[in-house]
Design a binder for this molecule. Structure first.
Ligand SMILES: NC(=O)c1ccc[n+]([C@@H]2O[C@H](COP(=O)([O-])OP(=O)(O)OC[C@H]3O[C@@H](n4cnc5c(N)ncnc54)[C@H](OP(=O)(O)O)[C@@H]3O)[C@@H](O)[C@H]2O)c1
Length: 243
């Protein structure tokens, strides 16, 4: 069964672990986008170095992202993300606001739209998984950019699923729980005056409550391999266990 995976944010953290889950499969073609490259020379992998918060560069690159050809499964995982400026409103920077919204919301919208243009009308299963966050549904002081961008992405996923089901696409907005990655390390560097929940996030790490990226990636892969078990667009890895 020939599969295509388009994955953003594959060089670190959760995205790297997702890449590892899929790269060993036979008959898969993977296109992966991050600012840096892993420089892995693997016949199934094409790496495209790109700053996804630069929307002009993204638009110019779109023709290179979607391989032509016929596949049995077409998967898109919009995973690249940034916590944004961890500061309260009144202390944010216009450039930081733009960067967070571009990377976390607008780039996934643009890539999803182009994915649908490229592959609707073709036979085969088509799945889009937007990596979300609990913060999409819960306000956290200090995370104005992050919460807003992820809330927008969750709503976009819901609209997309409604619109696209007749074209044979399923869309998920999947929260990965709390994952031990560089993003969590960046969160722990926040100024407590800007981020009142800092102590809680320090405890997640010191008390070993973080999930590994590998554990979470296995759940992302399970959901994508068993979409019929997951009826809702909004999903959270904490709500299901692997069999
Ligand atoms: N970690 C958590 O606890 C947690 C919780 C909830 C949701 N999430 C979500 O899970 C996803 C993965 O997070 P993570 O924790 O694995 O983050 P991470 O360790 O910081 O990795 C982020 C990935 O995105 C890429 N990236 C960052 N900025 C980019 C840009 N401007 N253009 C292109 N690629 C860019 C990075 O690669 P380069 O540096 O090479 O560009 C890297 O591969 C994100 O959407 C995040 O919001 C994470």
């Amino acid at each position: 069964m020939k599969k295509l995976l388009i994955l953003t944010g594959h060089t670190k953290g959760l995205g790297h672990a997702i890449l590892d889950c899929f790269l060993h499969l036979d008959d898969i073609q993977i296109v992966a986008l991050s600012r840096t490259s892993l420089e892995i020379h693997h016949p199934s992998l094409t790496e495209i170095p790109l700053d996804l918060s630069d929307l002009n560069a993204l638009e110019a690159c779109l023709p290179r992202i979607f391989p032509k050809g016929s596949f049995d499964r077409y998967l898109l995982i919009n995973n690249a993300g940034w916590i944004g400026e961890v500061k309260t409103i009144g202390k944010l920077n216009p450039k930081g606001i733009q960067r967070a919204m571009n990377l976390n919301l607008l780039a996934p919208m643009i890539i999803t739209d182009a994915f649908v243009k490229a592959y609707s009308g073709l036979e085969g299963e088509k799945l889009i998984c937007n990596i979300s966050s609990g913060a999409a549904h819960k306000p956290l002081p200090g995370w104005g950019e992050y919460c807003s961008s992820k809330a927008g992405l969750a709503m976009f996923s819901r609209v997309a699923n409604e619109e696209l089901k007749e074209l044979g696409f399923r869309v998920f907005s999947l929260a990965p729980g709390i994952v031990d990655t560089e993003m969590q390390a960046e969160i722990r560097k926040a100024n407590p005056l800007d981020f009142p929940a800092l102590d809680r996030f320090n405890k997640f790490k010191s008390e070993g409550q973080l999930n590994t990226a590998e554990e979470v990636a296995d759940k992302v892969a399970y959901l994508l391999n068993n979409p019929d078990l997951f009826l809702d667009v909004i999903q959270d890895v904490r709500n299901f266990e692997l069999p």
